[in-house]
Ligand binder design. Structure first.
Ligand code: NAD
Length: 494
């Protein structure tokens, strides 16, 4: 049984509450560890340590800061298999996907370490003689990171690596369900030689620990990934204190299948993005917008393909769909299925909690497919976060795009077609932060911006160079070497 503590100022500490919460393996229902549950005082201690450490850290040359990240990358690589197995045990995703998630962390480490030698600003001509003008990125200070359980290590790397290379210090509150990855990442930072206090982990729940981080006056920026409901609350609080806040929230992502699509490819893409991670991805495909002329054929092919999905413990290499995170999630998914039926959608397969044999102890939901779903139904608009997909029939590309754009979210979308004109129209008109052509709705690469429009976010992005915008302030600098006072923006007749 692993006992997970906080990591504050380079030390492993129990919370001052003395309370622990169990860590449950969702595949078996077994308690596999426990985690310290923090209160405001613990957050205060972590922020204090971060604030003190940040001043010195920011003075290290950025390429030196990057050296730590390179080491972190190598350590993650060395431990990839061990981390992936631990991740599957605490979160449930199948081992192949867990390996993919750790790989994202590795890629992000090397990519952001490279930023240590870039962190580009601009130099630009001054409007005056003998004057030099430039802009540089300055660290914000103490960064508060709040993350969900569905990507317990990748999301933390998307946020902490750019923050750290840019000269900030971090206090991270992971999800209470998945503290193992937080512990392992902290150990790796420690071994890589990151100075004490630059990276801190405070475990705990949202309303107490997370909220304390949001409300702490010395935390200058909050980077949050999670549900829309919680993101809104955080944004309101940050708004009141004028704190910078970056939000990455839910999705209601669609795959559009046109009449000229390669249907075998579309089925593969849908299967992977709808039922991978048991549908618990912010980019999961939960809507299939199908041209009416291929709808029947697509339904049949999807049903056939879904029969090949092995469901079980993600540590088994043959398993394709693991459990969902907990009992609460099972009940939520099942509630949505009932709502779908009541709304008049046609259930093609699935729609129940798996309870036989080994499924009884874990949290398994049968991969579920609805058809003849109308765009205004709740199952077509609200995030279910489980292995449930809905086919929505349409008559044209224009209608498909309109349906795609009609939801409150705007994270990811995809179109399967062989027609170049349709491809470019969709690329232009789909109102989502990420668009895929002839691929499912998942598969983002770490060097491009990641995030969405409308209810998915508030205009910021994780990943790519865009992530640096969250963790830096622009500083514009003017150097006058004329030896006299030159006044800009003043009309002077010479
Ligand atoms: P959640 O919103 O319930 O929790 C996310 C984090 O916020 C957790 O660490 C939680 O403890 C904390 N929290 C909860 N209440 C809080 C409060 N009042 N103040 C401060 N912190 C608080 O989300 P979840 O169930 O862990 O994750 C699933 C959600 O995350 C889904 O909506 C999914 O779409 C979203 N998600 C989005 C992305 C993205 O990049 N857009 C990626 C992964 C997951």
């Amino acid at each position: 049984m692993m006992k997970v503590l906080n990591f504050i100022n380079g030390e492993w500490k129990e919370s001052s509450s003395k309370q622990f919460a169990p860590v449950i393996n969702p595949a078996t229902g077994d308690a596999i560890g426990e985690v310290t549950v923090s209160i405001e005082a613990d957050v205060g201690a972590a922020v204090k340590a971060a604030k003190a450490a940040q001043k010195k850290w920011a003075l290290e040359p950025a390429p030196k800061r990057a050296e730590v990240l390179y080491k972190v990358g190598y350590l993650l690589k060395e431990r990839k298999e061990q981390l992936a197995r631990m991740l599957t045990m605490e979160m449930g995703k199948v081992i192949e996907e867990a390996r993919g998630e750790v790989q994202e962390g590795i890629d992000m480490a090397f990519y952001m370490a490279g930023e240590g030698r870039r962190l580009f600003g601009d130099t630009t001509p001054s409007e005056l003689k003998d004057k030099f003008a430039m802009s540089v990125r300055a660290p914000v200070g103490v960064v508060g990171i709040i993350t969900p359980w569905n990507f317990p290590i990748a999301i933390a790397t998307w946020k902490s690596f750019p923050a750290i290379v840019a000269g900030n210090a971090v206090v991270w509150k992971p999800a209470l369900e998945t503290p193992f990855m937080a512990q392992e990442l902290a150990k790796i930072f420690e071994e890589a030689g990151l100075p004490k206090g630059v990276f801190n982990v405070v475990n705990g729940d949202g309303p107490t620990t997370g909220n304390a981080l949001v409300e702490h006056p010395d935390v200058r920026v909050i980077s949050f990934t999670g549900s829309n409901e919680v993101g809104r609350k955080i944004a309101e609080k940050c708004g009141r204190s004028l704190k910078k806040v970056s939000l990455e929230m839910g999705g209601k992502n669609a795959v559009i299948v046109m009449d000229d699509a390669d249907l075998s490819l579309a089925v593969e893409g849908i299967l992977w993005s709808a039922f991978g991670t048991s549908g618990q991805r912010c980019t999961a495909c939960s809507r299939i917008i199908a041209h009416e002329s291929i709808k029947k054929e697509l339904e049949n092919r999807l049903l056939e393909a879904m029969r090949t999905l092995t469901i079980g413990n993600g540590l088994d290499e043959n398993v394709k769909v693991g459990p969902v995170i907990n009992e609460k999630a099972l009940q939520k998914i099942d509630r949505y299925v009932q709502i779908g039926k009541e709304e008049g959608a046609k259930l093609l397969t699935g729609g129940y909690i798996l309870q036989e044999g080994e499924y009884n102890k874990g949290y398994y939901y049968a991969p579920t497919l609805f058809t003849d779903v109308m765009p205004n139904m709740r199952i077509a608009r609200e995030e279910i976060f489980g292995p449930v997909a809905s086919i929505i029939p349409v008559k044209s590309l224009e209608e498909a795009i309109e349906v795609n754009n009609s939801v409150d979210y705007g994270l990811s979308s995809s179109i399967f077609t062989r027609d170049v004109n349709k491809v470019f129209t969709a690329m232009r008109d789909l109102d989502t932060g990420i668009v895929y052509v002839n691929a499912g709705t998942t598969g983002a690469e770490i060097h491009l911006p990641f995030g969405g429009t409308k209810g998915t976010g508030n205009g910021h992005r994780d990943s790519g160079v865009a992530a640096l915008d969250v963790f830096t302030e622009w500083k514009s600098i003017y150097i006058d070497f004329s030896g006299k006072l030159q006044r800009a923006q003043i009309d002077i007749d010479e």
